[in-house]
Structure formats: C-alpha cells, structure tokens
Design a binder for this molecule. Structure first.
Ligand code: COA
Length: 244
C-alpha cells in the first residue's frame, strides 16, 4: 500500500484534530478496512503555535505556509484552517504550484455508495454522515457529527461545524460557514460567504456575505461590519417590522 506524503497547513487546534483523522485513517488502513494511508511530514503555520502539543505527536512545525514550495514535489497538502476564504486563497496558491490535496475521511464517517462526489482537500471528521447524490466542493470541512442529506450541494470551501445538519436538497454556496449545531431545512439555499451562527435554523434562504442567527435565522449584518450590538440590532429590526 502506498503512503501519500502530506503536510497539514494550520497547526492550531483543528490542525491537531485533522492529524487525529489522518492517524485514525492510517490505523484503519493497517487493519485493511480502508485502502489509503498517509505519512504526515509535519505542519506549516504562519502564526504562533503551541510547539509542545505538536512535538507530543512526534511532529514539528516545519515553517511558514510558504515553505510548501520547498517541500518534495510529491508532498500533498490539507488545509486545517476554519476560514473558507483563507482556504480559498491558499488552495489557489498551492494549486498554482502544482500541489495536490487528498480527500481525508475518518473511518467512522458514513458515506453513501451512490453519487457522492468530494472535491480535493475535503475533510470528513469522525461521525459525519453524507447520504446520497451529494456534491462537496474543494476543501470542504465537515466537522464532528455533521450530517448532509440527499441531493445537497456544498460549494468550495464550505465549513460545517460540529453536529450541524444539512437536510436534503439544500445548497450551501462557496465559503459558507455553518455554526455548531445549526441546521438547514430541506431545499434552502445559503448564499456565498454567509456565516450561520451556532444553533441557528435556516428556514428561509439567506443572502450572501451576512451573519445570520436565530430560529428562523435572520441576516443581522453584512460581512466586515462591527459585530457589537448584534442582538440589540436584531431587536430594533424586529421592532421595526424587519425594515432595518
Ligand atoms: C454568530 C456569530 C458568528 C457572531 O459572532 P460575533 O460577531 O463575534 O458576535 P459576538 O460574540 O460579539 O455576539 C454579539 C451578540 O450576538 C449574540 N450571539 C452570538 N452568537 C449567537 C448565536 N449563535 N445565536 C444567537 N445569538 C448569538 C451574543 O450573545 C451577543 O449578544 P449581546 O450583544 O446581547 O451580548 C458567533 O457567535 C457564532 O455563533 N459562531 C459560530 C461558532 C462555531 O460554530 N464555532 C465552531 C468551532 S468548531
């Protein structure tokens, strides 16, 4: 069995979790329940990292992200960074260098046998369920316990946080971030780059570039605007009959 050399971009908490996913995959490959295994060569990160937590894993931060260009040509990359827009930039840069990304699937994930397509760099953490006729774009993250129902489409760089659920026929456009325990009911569409807060329920379509919270989730502010008073703003919006 070939072991694919891979570097993890992002040495924070999620980077370590992605390393766990890869270790679990390697263990399953040793037991022959999955066919692919990986040799993690290390982490790359531009920021401050907790070196001790990385060293405990027998690995190190090899350098900044730009160091990817200096690694052996066959080293592939996975991006363990929660921000989809950052993943998008890194993916475009690394792909221009000719680097490839594997799809990394925890052995406890359940992936339907029919028409499930996953783009390069996509990561499925433990306990995820993806049913049937589902399309996941490039570098999609499905965190712990996430479910994605039939005929749904998740665009490139979508992030779905722990225990969130996406019902059937839903669409999450590019770089959408679905918060922990949030849900999208069937047939709804969340437009590009929108963040859905933890626990929110997407019962109506959401526009692009907003942060939305609550049940039903309502768009509270545009991307880049100050978040202070988000809930106060929502109250004023409600009092104004939704006309703010
Ligand atoms: C919605 C969200 C993006 C807003 O973040 P923010 O802009 O930093 O907002 P703040 O934390 O400053 O909170 C602003 C207000 O919104 C409220 N609020 C924050 N998140 C909320 C949510 N999910 N639902 C309802 N209200 C929320 C806060 O209580 C606060 O209210 P207040 O002004 O009355 O005190 C964020 O709180 C969230 O839910 N992110 C998802 C996190 C997640 O899933 N992480 C996964 C990691 S694995």
């Amino acid at each position: 069995m070939t072991r694919v050399p891979v570097v993890i971009i992002g040495a924070g908490g999620f980077g370590r979790e992605v390393h766990d996913v890869i270790e679990a995959t390697n263990a399953a490959a040793a037991g022959q329940s999955v066919s692919q295994s990986y040799e993690v060569v290390g982490f790359l990160d531009d920021g401050h990292t907790d070196a001790a937590l990385i060293h405990e894993r027998g690995l190190s931060v090899l350098g900044p992200v730009s160091y990817l260009a200096d690694l052996a040509a066959d080293v592939q990359f996975v991006i363990a960074i929660g921000d989809g827009q950052v993943r998008r930039r890194l993916d475009m840069w690394a792909s221009e260098l000719g680097r490839q990304s594997p799809v990394v699937v925890h052995p406890t994930a359940v992936v339907g046998n029919h028409r499930v397509v996953m783009g390069p760099g996509t990561i499925l953490c433990a306990g995820t369920i993806v049913t049937t006729n589902v399309r996941l774009g490039r570098h999609v993250h499905l965190n712990l316990g996430v479910t994605v129902g039939h005929d749904s489409v998740l665009g490139d760089y979508v992030t779905v946080n722990p225990n969130a659920s996406v019902s059937g026929n839903a669409v999450l456009e590019e770089s959408v971030n679905l918060g922990t325990c949030a849900s999208v009911i069937q047939g709804r569409r969340v437009a590009a780059r929108t963040t859905v807060g933890a626990g929110a329920v997407v019962a109506r379509d959401l526009p692009p570039d907003v942060t939305a919270v609550g049940m039903p989730a309502v768009a509270l502010r545009r991307r880049g605007n100050d978040s202070k008073g988000l809930v106060a703003w929502a109250r004023r919006r409600e009092e104004a009959g939704g006309n703010l």
